[in-house]
Design a protein around this ligand. Structure first.
Ligand code: FAD
Ligand code: EPU
Length: 337
């Protein structure tokens, strides 16, 4: 095991924020995690750095998860069971499953990051959350020095949430996910509920889409709306869409009829944070080098040379504006390190 010191993390986070790791190791096998050198604390587990706000230098051991591998573990009458290593690129993995003829994950095309990070916030897009097709997670528990497994119910998935976050393991580096197993049902049906995807398929004159058609539609919608981090550094949606009880949501909707509202199964209502931020005047507006994207107000962007402190300043200003105008508190989605 090679331990690097003072490793620059700027190229390893999609907001391109500066900072160095005091200690750093690249993890290419699950077995490498058993090395006693890695038992030291504090620790942080890093994937693709696409949901991260780096506050500056990090006085921790940073483990960069690069475990490769993807394979069909088995199949039965109902489903294909496909496993991938934590370091696999998420989008490449999804495209590979489609090419093999195992549909299901197509709505999650083009989400940046790694397979190992996908369960952490239960990544979701265009009407699908990864928890719906996840069978189990394998991880290394540094505290108990054992391999542990979680089935789907153990993971306690919710909107942008999981047990891994609820227990704080995503912050203290106790648990490193090494592999994820997916169950992709053979009885596939297209999932085109999301208006943007339905409209894109209509514009392409596709009435009975294949999984590949849906992936292509999702990719086109995302490329139109979301900035490519390689060109304009960002971390995707910067805030969660707030979920309110029915009564306050109805009152807000009455006062602001244009507000997009999505009723949830539990009776609560999800609001579009992007709309609130745009109405508060932040779409395309910046404070110093950090602003909200001109085509999607929910995406915070680094126009160049920003630090973690600049990000926090713009974040706080946006939260204050939305709270003042709508009385709604916005909570950030990325992890602060
Ligand atoms: P990191 O940013 O490296 O880490 C995120 C968290 O996961 C950290 O707490 C880290 O400690 C933990 N972690 C990472 N790997 C492991 C591991 N192997 N074991 C244990 N803990 C680990 N998200 C969505 O849900 N839907 C979207 O549509 C979406 N669109 C995006 C669009 C853009 C342009 C960008 C930049 C981001 C978007 N995101 C979206 C957010 C991001 O892609 C996801 O959160 C992704 O899962 C993060 O993966 P990562 O490997 O980069 O994780
Ligand atoms: N809207 C505005 N102005 C804006 C942006 C959005 O009015 O500047 C309105 C849109 O017109 C639409 C509504 O807000 O009526 C929702 O917008 P959109 O469909 O773009 O989705 P979102 O709520 O902004 C969420 C996820 C994304 C995910 C998309 C597609 C969260 C926090 N964000 O965005 O996830 O890709 O839906 O499912 O839930 C991420 O988590 O990083 C992420 C990108």
């Amino acid at each position: 095991m090679i331990l690097h010191t003072q490793r620059e993390l700027g190229p390893l986070n999609t907001l391109a924020l500066p900072g160095r790791a005091a200690r750093f190791a690249r993890i290419e096998t699950a077995g490498a995690l058993r090395d006693p050198l890695l038992a030291q604390e504090p620790r942080f587990i890093l994937g693709g750095g696409s949901n991260l706000v780096l506050g500056g230098d990090v006085d921790r051991l940073v483990l960069h998860m690069a475990i490769p591998g993807k394979r069909l573990l088995g199949e039965d009458a109902e489903a294909f069971y496909v496993e991938a290593g934590a370091g696999e690129n998420w989008h490449d993995f999804v495209q590979w499953t489609l090419a093999q003829g195992w549909p299901g994950l197509e709505n999650l095309s083009l989400i940046p990051g790694t397979v190992g990070a996908a369960p952490i916030q239960n990544i979701g897009a265009y009407g699908l959350e990864v928890g719906e097709l996840l069978q189990s997670v394998t991880a290394w528990d540094f505290e108990r020095q054992v391999e542990v497994g979680f089935n789907r119910d153990d993971c306690r998935f919710a909107y942008r949430d999981s047990r891994f976050k609820q227990e704080g393991w995503h912050l203290n580096g106790r648990l490193a996910i090494t592999a994820v197993l997916f169950r992709l049902p053979k009885a596939w049906r297209p999932n085109c509920r999301y208006a943007d995807v339905a409209q894109e398929l209509l514009a392409r004159d596709i009435a009975a889409p294949t999984a590949r058609d849906i992936a292509d539609a999702v990719i086109a919608v995302r490329q139109r709306k979301l900035p490519d981090p390689a060109r304009l550094p960002n971390a995707g949606s910067f805030f969660h869409n707030p979920v309110l009880d029915a009564a306050p949501a109805a009152a807000l909707k009455a006062a602001h009829p244009g507000l997009p509202c999505y009723p949830q199964a539990d009776g609560r209502v999800k609001l579009a944070a992007g709309w609130l931020i745009e109405q508060a005047g932040w779409k395309g507006k910046a404070l110093g080098p950090v602003g909200m994207y001109e085509k999607q107000a929910l995406v915070l962007v680094n126009h160049g040379g920003a630090t973690g402190r600049d990000v926090r300043r713009t974040m706080a200003a946006v939260q204050a504006s939305v709270s003042e105008k709508f009385g709604v508190a916005l909570t950030p989605e990325p992890i602060f390190l």
